[in-house]
Write a protein that binds this ligand. Structure first.
Ligand code: MN
Length: 252
């Protein structure tokens, strides 16, 4: 087998039609290539493909004149890139579902970070809450799945309470497909919330009955070094209330 090579290609302009990313992913899969395709904000499409040189050549041919392509060759640029070790060919920039972060006053105060995966909310209890500072690693203890119906719950709970601290949608990223990435203990994702945005990683550091992970902000345009988002933005995105206000009303 010849060693793997990689390219980055840009299909320019706003010409690529709605099905272009899906058609590119299908063709790459047929050719045995891995990597990803993503539509950019300006309407152009960015492709990272790696694998066999001949297959990469065939994919470039497809990009320059494939069945869904109505473009001229001038609009496709191709550059050599580093092989990153992808195990899938993914469509990026597509929502994988919803996420929610619930701040929870219980025996120990914590934030529950929940991501929709295969119809349930995979959940981690994060004692100090998420951070937008890439230098900060927050302990995240894996806890049982929750129903999606619990995502909007806010109010008194036992002697404590819960607020919806943030919510939105997310994309699954990384080199390995989900939920395999979670099984292996390294999952990369992009949040589109009201407070949290951009790339994050969950890295498992200890297995067993209560697996421990680290929640880390990735370095991107949404990173805010030195910030403390849970202190700066304490209010519920549902009601505008703080957790203390919800708990004091509930205990009256
Ligand atoms: Mn909790």
């Amino acid at each position: 087998m010849s060693p793997a090579e990689a390219i980055r290609a840009v299909v320019g302009g706003e010409r690529p039609d709605r099905g272009f990313c899906a058609a590119t992913a299908t063709r790459a899969g047929e050719l045995g290539l891995t990597g990803w395709v993503r539509r950019r904000e300006d309407g152009s499409v960015l492709i990272h493909a790696e694998g066999n040189r001949a297959a990469i050549g065939q994919l470039v041919g497809f990009l320059r004149g494939g069945p869904t392509a109505v473009r001229t060759t001038e609009e496709v640029t191709v550059e050599a890139a580093a092989v990153e070790g992808h195990e899938q060919f993914a469509i990026r920039g597509v929502s994988a579902g919803v996420f929610v972060v619930q701040e929870h006053a219980a025996t120990a105060h914590h934030f529950d970070v929940r991501l929709e995966v295969d119809g349930v909310m995979r959940s981690w209890a994060v004692p100090r809450g998420p951070s937008l500072d890439p230098a900060v690693k927050r302990l995240a203890v894996e806890v049982p799945d929750h129903d999606i119906g619990h995502n909007e719950f806010e109010g008194g709970l036992g002697s404590g309470g819960v607020i919806v601290w943030d919510r939105g949608t997310y994309e699954q990223g990384g080199r390995v497909a989900w939920p395999e990435a979670l099984l292996r203990g390294h999952a990369v994702f992009v949040l589109h919330g009201e407070k949290l945005a951009g790339g994050f990683a969950l890295q498992r550091t200890r297995g067993g009955a209560k697996p421990q992970w680290l929640l880390i902000k990735r370095r991107d345009e949404h990173a805010r070094p030195g910030s403390d988002v849970v202190a700066e933005l304490p209010r519920s995105v549902l009601s505008g209330r703080t957790l203390a206000e919800v708990v004091s009303v509930a205990s009256r």
